[in-house]
Design a protein around this ligand. Structure first.
Ligand code: 48F
Length: 261
């Protein structure tokens, strides 16, 4: 077998640009490849919709890899065990209706199953702004993470999407940018970001699922971003709420897409 080096480069360039070109007009754009964003992407892709996910870091998986304080085991509540079954993640039951899973297997399964379902993931891409027209979010503004890290004067590209999801975790980066730059009134009690509260896993797990949803026209929050937006407690290394939140945002958006078919 023989091939030229240039053919390897050409294969990468052709394939990557096919993926990028097919992500410029989306049904759903997700920001952040933590457990919430990946779960949302998995369920939306499974229904056949055009969905891409943008992650600023080199590795995807967000807070999964470090488990709790770098002990790479994650805990998942009983309610979310069905999603682990669907993903094919093995788990062990403890005495308290809690399950433990290997963080490596959990992250690996989410990445593998979501991409196999059709989710297109772009790592090393930072969402630095939004496309906003008449107070409605119409897409994302993306740039290479290294360009942003080095403060290079490089203009971004845009991606159009019918719905966008902020799954950026604790920093709630996308919604913060939306408020700062567009002054959009959020669907929270005050119309502004309420901010994350201190740790309480039990409350946080319920809060995150209840408060997953639309926060501004066409803009949704899932995972820790929902707690940060609506004033919920953090919950540390328990991940059931993240999976259920990702599934809930997927279900809401799929219903909207189905209604508008
Ligand atoms: O932090 P992260 O894992 O958020 P999550 O899905 O899950 C939270 C848990 O990991 C944990 C917890 C569980 O109880 O509390 O913290 O809500 O994943 C968020 C991802 O978003 C990326 C970030 O690098 C991370 O991988 N991200 C953040 N801002 C941007 C971004 C941005 N502007 N553009 C692209 N990606």
């Amino acid at each position: 077998m023989s091939f030229t080096d240039i053919k390897i480069s050409k294969a990468i360039v052709d394939d990557y640009f096919r993926k990028l070109a097919s992500s410029l007009e989306l049904d759903v754009a997700i920001v952040g490849a933590g457990p919430a964003g990946l779960t949302a992407g998995y369920f939306i892709a499974k229904q056949g919709y055009r969905v891409s996910l943008f992650e600023k870091r080199l590795s995807v998986g967000g807070g999964i890899w470090g488990g709790g304080m770098m002990f790479n085991t994650v805990v998942v509540s009983e309610e979310a065990s069905g999603i682990l079954d669907e993903l094919g993640v093995r788990y062990r039951e403890t005495n308290d209706s809690l399950y433990t899973a290997d963080a490596m297997e959990f992250a690996g399964a989410l990445i593998y199953r979501s991409t196999q379902a059709g989710l297109r993931i772009f790592n090393l891409v930072t969402v630095e702004d939004l496309l906003v027209k008449g107070g409605r979010v119409e897409g994302l503004v993306i740039n290479w993470s290294p360009a942003e890290a080095a403060s290079l004067p490089v203009d971004p590209l845009t991606v159009q999407s019918r719905y966008s999801v902020d799954a950026t975790g604790h920093p709630l980066e996308v919604v913060k940018t939306l408020c700062r730059k567009s002054g959009v009134r959020l669907f929270t009690e005050t119309g502004a970001i309420l901010g994350e509260r201190s740790m309480c896993a039990d409350e946080g797990e319920k809060f995150v699922v209840e408060n997953t949803g639309e926060i501004a026209p066409n803009m949704f929050v899932a995972g820790m971003a929902a707690c940060a937006a609506f004033g919920g407690p953090r919950m540390g290394p328990i991940f059931g709420g993240m999976l259920l939140s990702g599934k809930k945002v997927a279900d809401i958006i799929i219903n909207r897409l189905e209604e508008k078919k």
